[in-house]
Design a protein. Structure first.
Length: 294
């Protein structure tokens, strides 16, 4: 079987060097993925991590692709995540990043870039929904939508506690750019079936992480979502699935997510893995055999 992890971050600092307890560095992680037949899309969260994802995709062209984008938490002053950019990046992370459309446009023309994002809205740490931080997030998400349409590439959407506002922005696009089809995937989907249906009606796929291996909160959504609209992901180095909870995550663990999807839908694992690979080919235009664009 060929598995695909459509949302990981192996370019992050968490994989820079060998770590204790056998948690090896980036080259070992990529080697295991290749050996076990796992493809991956490494997702950018700032310009530097986007550029690093593209570089990694070129280094491992048979198993990796990249996305580019500015994560909503990095559009303004944000918390520091050592797993993402390491110990030396506090100053950079805390001041946020100005979204430079032209720089992302140039990077996005690279043949290994298969989507725009991780982009969207994140209200998890938002106190006031009309704050400048929220306004800024919305403006920058609209820029990502514009970029995706210009490059004719799908969106890799991040949305946390903000589904209604994000859907409203997608509705704006449908009204103003009705000749251009906006497509994409909603990463780490954590909404209910009512919200899921709204994305599915717009042609967006939904991806699920290792969370579904240790909670039943999303079983209904997984069960009801058509198999040709589901994606599998790890969000590595985060959200490690059962049976490896507590360890650093990596793309080969996407098999546990696929197995759980198969259990919920009462289908053979082989069928689910095959269809998810086909879904990734359709949405992201990846090729399962050669690792290059169609």
């Amino acid at each position: 079987m060929t598995f695909i992890d459509i949302h990981s971050h192996v370019q992050f600092a968490a994989y820079d060097a060998d770590l204790p307890a056998g948690r090896q560095g980036r080259e070992a992680v990529m080697a295991r993925a290749r050996e076990q037949g796992t493809k991956m899309i490494n997702v950018g969260t700032q310009f530097d991590t986007s550029k690093a994802a593209v570089e990694l995709a070129h280094k491992y062209p048979d198993i990796a692709w990249a996305t580019i984008g500015l994560h909503p938490v990095h559009t303004s002053k944000s918390y520091h995540d050592t797993k993402e950019i390491g110990e030396g990046g506090e100053e950079f992370t805390s001041r946020g990043e100005v979204f430079d459309y032209d720089k992302y446009l140039e990077l996005g023309r690279d043949e290994k870039v298969v989507a725009i994002g991780e982009c969207g809205l994140d209200y998890y740490r938002v106190v006031e929904r009309d704050s400048l931080f929220v306004i800024r997030q919305k403006e920058i998400f609209r820029q990502h939508v514009k970029l995706a349409l210009e490059l004719d590439k799908p969106l890799m959407i991040h949305c946390r506690d903000a589904y209604e506002d994000l859907l409203e922005i997608l509705n704006e696009q449908r009204k103003t750019n009705n000749k251009k089809r906006l497509r994409g995937n909603v990463h780490f989907f954590a909404g209910g079936w009512d919200i899921a249906q709204q994305f599915l009606k717009r042609g967006f796929t939904l991806s699920f992480t290792g969370v579904i291996t240790f909670t039943h909160d999303y079983d209904e959504v997984v069960k009801n979502t058509p198999l040709d609209m589901i994606m599998s992901e790890t969000d590595s180095p985060y959200i490690t699935p059962i049976p490896l909870r507590g360890k650093r995550n990596e793309p080969i663990n996407v098999k546990y997510v696929v197995q759980r999807i198969a259990e919920i839908k009462q289908l053979p694992v082989e069928q689910v893995a095959e269809q998810i690979m086909e879904n990734a080919k359709r949405v992201f235009k990846v090729n399962r055999d050669s690792g290059i664009l169609k």
